[in-house]
Design a protein around this ligand. Sequence first.
Ligand code: NAD
Length: 428
Amino acid sequence: MTTTPPAAESEATDEPDSALTTARRQLERAAAHVDVDPGVVERLKYPTRVEQVSVPLEREDGSVEVFTGYRAQHDDVRGPYKGGLRYHPDVNAEECTGLSMWMTWKCAVMDLPFGGGKGGVAVDPKGLTDDETERLTRRFAEELRDAVGPTKDVPAPDMGTDAQTMAWFMDAYSMQQGETIPGVVTGKPPVIGGSYGREEAPGRSTAIAAREAVSYYDRDLSETTVAVQGFGSVGANAARLLEDWGATVVAVSDVNGAIYDPDGLETHAVPTHEEEPEAVLAHDAPETLSNEEVLELDVDVLIPAAVGNVITADNADAIRADIVVEGANGPTTFAADAILEERDVPVIPDILANAGGVTVSYFEWLQDINRRQWSLERVNEELEDHMLDAWNDVRAEVDDQGLTWRDAAYVVALSRIAEAKATRGLWP
Ligand code: NAD
């Protein structure tokens, strides 16, 4: 079934911001700085389609439960839809739509030949056995079979899904199509067409963005202090790389709180979320802090890399970092953004900083289509090149138009999408 797109929302200012509200508001802000046909902006406020499917699952006790799955496809003017599939009880059509719009901007700012998609199943994955998760995934892949494909829409892991989920999805799709089609999803294990370096890529790109920001503001990484909220895939990889490159990481946290050492932590010795969940506080350090305190530390660079909406109107005035680099998606609310702008605290936006994930997904897709695996060294070199190109494109807008980093990133993205739309025209 295809649902009609949700109606445009009224100007919402309350926190926390929904993904759709944020996506539409950013579109309007960017449009004010770009010479763009208003008709193109209007088209971009809506997804192309939002698929809603029923996913029946036979439980271990023989009973049948029906879950609802979604796939929002926002815009494909620059290439196939691209974005994650999440398994979470709160998954719904509106959230998928907003997140699919973010993916459109993220792919465009990185100049990847993809548009934005997002989907998932409204289910608590912790309540499923492995076999149930496999059956649910295979059935979901079958329900979405007409909507996805390497040249149509390419899902990836997201909250509650992982490389194994993608392997089952790819297998189910391939079995029905009658041939092995690894390029239907990314984020797979390397043995079936996944890319080396995919897992650490969002953290790596976040570290590159932080390094470039430090250099842009005429500082030396070896004299830079860093605090990181969230020590998972994004936060830990970013923290460890920045330490390797000479920065002093003074604080890292997980959901239980933070450890703090003004002389610098040895981040490789602190267990990540994957190595040992929620074990940051067990690591020996001079001080522990709360997650609120870690955000307010007097450091050069703050990297919120845990969850969304942590820097809000309530604490934006208390942020003492000189630069904020968004490792998580949407950690800064719209109201907080305005306060930080007023205070001249640069915020390097998520759609640029953590875009290493979708960029290496693009590399994975290229490897799948060409049936040729790249080395980790090549992946990391190409990621570095893509990040620097995107960084320089965004920096040019910051310098030329005096925009914030976030507005500049959206201007770069919107310009590319609008030009593609204008060139292709509106059919019929
Ligand atoms: P993860 O599950 O690997 O790690 C999350 C970390 O944050 C853990 O250390 C956890 O303890 C901590 N945490 C959870 N809730 C917290 C809270 N309320 N306060 C403080 N810490 C908390 O997750 P991840 O993959 O690193 O993702 C982190 C963020 O980055 C999310 O916003 C995600 O959407 C975004 N992101 C992830 C990827 C990716 O491919 N992994 C790509 C782009 C963006």
